[in-house]
Write a protein that binds this ligand. Structure first.
Ligand SMILES: Cc1cc2nc3c(=O)[nH]c(=O)nc-3n(C[C@H](O)[C@H](O)[C@H](O)COP(=O)(O)OP(=O)(O)OC[C@H]3O[C@@H](n4cnc5c(N)ncnc54)[C@H](O)[C@@H]3O)c2cc1C
Length: 424
């Protein structure tokens, strides 16, 4: 009897333990299920929030020019200043991708014709995207040594005349030299001189997004006097473990201290990049003078970095690269020199001109005949001179990294391959 009672107790205990186990297991499953559902819900919320931000941002974009007020002006180094701009209408700003630029239109006195003329210029946004303001950082462009040419019109105007409270006309940010900090892999950012601006915007954006992805930041300048954003870069270097700063001075002065102010003397070259970053499977963003960009792009290709991972920005004619943006060749220059003549019809202004190969591009042909086409970089980078080609074929002197509408051309780098009708 006692044994039977014992067996009964054991059986009951086993049953109880079984039920506890099943209850515990279903509790765990339910918890897992709830956790999974919460994770999915969270992902959905994030995706809806991202979509909403994108829609809001698109809604905030504007066409043409919008007035911005200068809210602050800061000296960053010798002949380099930053200008902070807030929207005059007080409405929110669309978010932009770090690395993008804005196009300005200035009304400048035209003393020859005793009237004002529009001058268009592009400037990269030099800070991480902000809701309150845009910031540009401008280098004063002097008369090229040994020439009689006038100094740079707009950069000098910004330095000498633009002041707090002034209103400036801006187009919405654009440009393909940009990075989305949300899907960011380790990057190598290389800025030469004032080419620092777009790569600084990218670095600031990645770090502010809280990403721990590695950033190798190379900045090349002549010497300490030209070293812009010095304190800011040093702070980033000290504060963030994933930010690796390398400053090169090509011509250090006696006041500049190796190790404190800069890490290498000479120009930034491929050997320095190889030695520092060591691996090729990174994204490279380069902006600076043409010789620097050309030598780095060639060096990176030889090292095995695919074109897909090499991004670069040209700041204008002087910084146009001799190295094609991709292995694909732009249309050959030879066509330009052929003595072929084509009739070019500008349908809006109702003018018929003849292309005889003496102009370097359609923009020059049009401007000389008094047809006003906006232009900025004259290097196929900014898109200001995009015009529709109503009929005919055009070629390009250099390949543009910019995506433009099908059926349009960038007048500053295009020439005719047949008779044309242009919408200008
Ligand atoms: C996408 C993009 C982003 C940019 N971002 C920045 C930026 O962040 N910061 C920045 O500082 N710049 C930037 N730039 C460059 C900027 O747009 C201007 O090109 C620059 O400020 C010079 O403009 P400017 O009006 O002062 O000079 P310009 O008046 O255009 O003169 C340019 C040079 O040509 C010389 N020149 C004048 N007349 C002649 C002539 N007849 N023949 C030969 N040469 C002559 C001038 O002396 C000067 O050296 C960017 C450009 C692009 C396309």
């Amino acid at each position: 009897m006692q044994i039977l009672g014992l067996i009964l107790i054991v059986l009951v205990a086993v049953r109880v333990l079984q039920s506890i186990f099943f209850a515990w297991q279903s509790h765990i499953n339910a918890r897992r299920h709830v956790q999974l559902s919460l994770k999915m819900l969270n992902e959905q919320i994030l995706s809806v929030q991202a979509q909403r931000k994108q829609i809001e941002s698109l809604q905030m974009h504007w066409n043409g020019y919008r007035k911005f007020r200068v809210s602050k002006k800061v000296n960053e180094a010798n002949n380099i200043c930053s200008v902070y701009l807030v929207p005059h209408d007080g409405k929110p700003l669309p978010r932009y991708l770090p690395g993008q630029f804005v196009t300005f239109r200035f009304q400048m006195p035209d003393l020859q014709h005793d009237q004002a003329r529009s001058v268009v210029r592009c400037y990269s946004l030099s800070d991480a995207p902000r809701e309150q303001y845009y910031r540009i950082t401008v280098k004063r462009v002097p008369t090229p040594t040994g020439t009689q040419h006038p100094p740079g019109v707009i950069s000098n105007y910004i330095h000498d005349h633009v002041k707090i409270g002034d209103l400036l006309d801006l187009q919405a940010p654009r440009g393909d030299f940009a990075l989305d900090p949300a899907d960011c892999k380790p990057v190598v950012l290389i800025g030469g001189g004032v080419g620092l601006t777009p790569v600084l915007s990218i670095a600031n954006a990645i770090l502010e997004a809280g990403s721990d992805t590695d950033i190798w930041f190379f900045y090349g300048v002549r010497c300490g006097e030209d070293h812009a954003m010095r304190d800011h870069l040093l702070r980033l270097d000290q504060e963030y473990e994933n930010f690796h700063l390398h400053v090169s001075y090509s011509c250090p002065s006696s006041n500049d201290q190796y190790g404190r102010d800069y890490h290498a003397s000479g120009h930034i070259d491929i050997e320095l990049i190889k030695k520092t970053v060591k691996v090729t499977n990174l994204d490279f963003y380069i902006c600076g003078p043409a010789p620097m960009m050309d030598s780095l792009v060639s060096g990176l290709r030889e090292w095995g970095v695919s074109d897909h991972h090499i991004h670069r920005e040209a700041f204008g004619r002087a910084t146009i690269s001799n190295v094609s943006h991709s292995q694909k060749k732009p249309d050959q220059q030879t066509n330009l020199n052929q003595k072929t003549t084509f009739s070019i019809q500008f349908n809006r202004t109702n003018k018929n001109l003849t292309w005889d190969g003496t102009h370097s591009c359609l923009l020059d042909l049009a401007l000389e005949a008094g047809i006003n086409i906006d232009s900025g970089c004259r290097a196929g980078s900014c898109g200001s001179c995009e015009i529709a080609v109503k009929s005919g074929k055009v070629g390009t002197r250099i390949e543009s990294g910019l995506s433009i509408d099908k059926g349009s051309c960038l007048a500053c780098i295009s020439y005719p391959k047949s008779e044309l009708i242009l919408d200008a």
